[in-house]
Design a protein around this ligand. Structure first.
Ligand code: PAF
Length: 287
């Protein structure tokens, strides 16, 4: 089925001209930043953007600054034409797809570091990651001047880092989190699931199962240390390894909870582990 083609801009001037024209006509604008390789999870972010604003802009930019040299920047799946069709199919209004040179012009020398919430978990496992994310997201928000920007709770720590960034820099944008989209068996949708072999994809279901069981046990008053250890054991038994972390954290600033029961604290359980060559992350609310 052919979809209407999606207007695409590659430069900041064109992007701002369109966003400012919409705003001058009294319309609000949502930005949904992505790295492409779009799936139903991304499309759910666009749908939320459409509920919350009159116009939606999706960006596609595989951001080199958030990949370490040994990570999958070169192999990261790319397919702008197909992504544009998917975006058009859910009513996205504009695609912003800047080139690397446009985003990071020669001499680019600025880096944004968000302290605190970006330091544990992914920040400890991938030390370059949140600096790269914060720098590119700050640029995208400044470039697009949206009223609302939508990020998936699948990358829960990233969502919290970006909310901190927007607050700290007084960026005039509301940062919205969208619930994680999952396959029927509970596995969180991710562009990196494409790397899994069929056997690994079948084993991946152990991750949401371990997190759901851990979240239930913590909410029922279980000790954080024993619940985390049980989740690690379940993941290892399913073939995950190495396991970077399975941790129960305060839901807002991601500070450590436990080792005993969490009492009335609002909590999130987060995990990252490798399955074969693919590193998977997932998280769930406790209670
Ligand atoms: O979540 C992602 O796809 C990326 O980290 C983001 C937010 C688009 C920044 O490059």
């Amino acid at each position: 089925m052919s979809q209407p083609s999606l207007a695409t801009v590659r430069g900041v001037a064109e992007l701002r001209a369109q966003v400012r024209a919409w705003k001058a006509a009294g319309q609000s604008v949502a930005l949904i930043p992505t790295m492409g390789a779009l799936h139903e999870g991304h499309l759910s972010l666009i749908r939320l953007g459409r509920q919350r604003a009159d116009r939606t802009v999706a960006s596609i930019f595989v951001n080199p600054k958030q990949f370490a040299p040994h990570e999958d920047f070169d192999a990261y799946p790319r397919g702008e034409a197909h992504d544009a069709e998917l975006l058009a199919s859910v009513g996205c209004d504009l695609l912003y797809a800047p080139t690397g040179a446009a985003m990071y012009a020669p001499g680019f020398a600025t880096a944004i570091q968000v302290g605190g919430v970006s330091e544990p978990l992914e920040g400890a496992a991938r030390p370059q990651f949140f600096g790269g994310v914060a720098t590119v997201v700050a640029k995208l928000l400044i470039q697009a001047e949206p009223d609302v920007a939508v990020f998936g709770e699948k990358d829960y720590q990233q969502l919290r880092v970006i909310q901190r960034l927007a607050r700290d820099l007084d960026l005039p944008v509301e940062i919205l989190g969208a619930p994680t989209a999952r396959d029927a068996d509970g596995v969180a949708l991710s562009s990196r699931n494409a790397y899994l072999t069929p056997a690994e994809r079948a084993a991946a279901v152990a991750l949401p199962r371990a997190l759901a069981e851990a979240a239930r046990a913590v909410a029922a008053g279980g000790r954080v240390d024993s619940v985390e250890a049980a989740a690690v054991t379940a993941l290892a038994a399913a073939g995950f390894g190495p396991i970077d972390y399975v941790e129960v954290r305060e839901a807002g600033d991601l500070s450590r909870l436990g080792p005993g029961p969490i009492g009335a604290a609002s909590a999130r359980i987060l995990a990252a582990a490798k399955l074969g060559k693919t590193r998977l992350i997932d998280n769930m609310a406790v209670g």
